[in-house]
Design a protein around this ligand. Structure first.
Ligand SMILES: C[S@@+](CC[C@H](N)C(=O)[O-])C[C@H]1O[C@@H](n2cnc3c(N)ncnc32)[C@H](O)[C@@H]1O
Length: 294
């Protein structure tokens, strides 16, 4: 019978494994052990729900109480409702971290770390012999992340603009906020074999946008592996303005596979009609085709 907090975490981790198709045992273990409630602040918490309404309209429902077992579901949890800022959906973040194939001892950079929950998950994946740099533009969120991440001695949190802050050489960079193109700095800082994952955002829409997750691997030639995602929050400057590398009126064209181009077109058409483009199940397929984990 599932009753203790540890049981709930363990079940949650198995659920994420199944939904996200996780290949990394270390990530499954991280989801089973990192305490999400530590990062969210005191409950009750507001859980974002789409319910039967598959539009982008997010409704927040408060948990019945502050029992930490309430946060172990595959749901977004509000950090600041007025700004639609959430602790992201576990299965999506898990799948993205899995796609980065983090290894013990690696250097990982998390841009847009929020309150640090997924930074901690990644810190477990690179282990005590690895290191993590978390960059968060909002000073208040950065200081929360710094506090929350104290037990992870392999993590450093900086408050700054991730499109400009030089992270040094990295094995993996994860941009956790929507952009129209990768900053040259991110590409330049990838070590040989390094991976960069970022949400290429086609269209602005409400608090988020529509786009694809793009995985770039530096291995002589830069292979693009894309996955579709919905609702991506834009990268911003510290003063709240959109970063140069975030949306522009005419985002630069990026070469996409025919399948992704078709998805982008469907996303644009759906949005123009006021409908949501709900992401399909192609993520796994595309990542497998990339065969980038060696
Ligand atoms: C989608 S949220 C990610 C939240 C995080 N995954 C979590 O669960 O707590 C995007 C985050 O990126 C941050 N951000 C936006 N622009 C940024 C920038 N230029 N540099 C660093 N962080 C940025 C936002 O403040 C926000 O915390």
């Amino acid at each position: 019978m599932i009753s203790t907090l540890e049981d709930y975490r363990a079940f949650y981790a198995e659920e994420i494994r199944a939904v996200a198709g996780l290949r990394s045992e270390v990530l499954v273990h991280a989801f089973a052990t990192v305490p999400r409630e530590r990062f969210l602040g005191p409950g009750p918490w507001k859980i974002a729900s789409l319910g039967m309404n598959m539009s982008q309209t997010v409704r927040y429902l408060a948990t019945a109480d502050a029992d930490p077992r309430r946060v172990y579901h595959n749901v977004l949890i509000s950090l600041d409702e007025s700004r639609q800022l959430n602790n992201g959906q576990p299965s999506a973040l898990a799948a993205w971290l899995d796609a980065l194939c983090l290894k013990q001892g690696e250097r990982f950079v998390h841009i847009g770390a929020g309150v640090g929950y997924y930074t901690a998950i990644a810190a477990e994946a690179v282990g005590p012999g690895g290191s993590v740099l978390a960059i968060e533009v909002e000073p208040e969120l950065a200081s929360r992340a710094r506090r929350n991440l104290q037990p992870w001695k392999n993590v450093e949190v900086v408050s700054g603009d991730g499109s400009r802050y030089d992270p040094g050489p990295a094995d993996a960079i994860f941009v956790n906020a929507g952009v129209t193109h990768p900053a040259a700095l991110w590409l330049d800082r990838l070590k040989p074999g390094g991976r960069l994952l970022y949400p290429l955002t086609f269209e602005a829409g409400g608090a988020g946008g529509k786009g694809c997750m793009i995985l770039v691997k530096r291995d002589g030639e830069r292979a693009l592996v894309g996955i579709h995602a919905d609702c991506l929050a834009p990268l911003r400057r510290r003063n709240g303005a959109k970063a140069a590398s975030a949306r522009t009126a005419n985002p630069p064209r990026v070469a996409l596979s025919p399948e992704l181009e078709a998805k982008a077109t469907r996303a644009r058409e759906a949005e123009a009609q006021g409908a949501a483009y709900v992401c399909g199940c192609d993520y796994e397929t595309i990542v497998r085709r990339g065969a980038h984990c060696t």
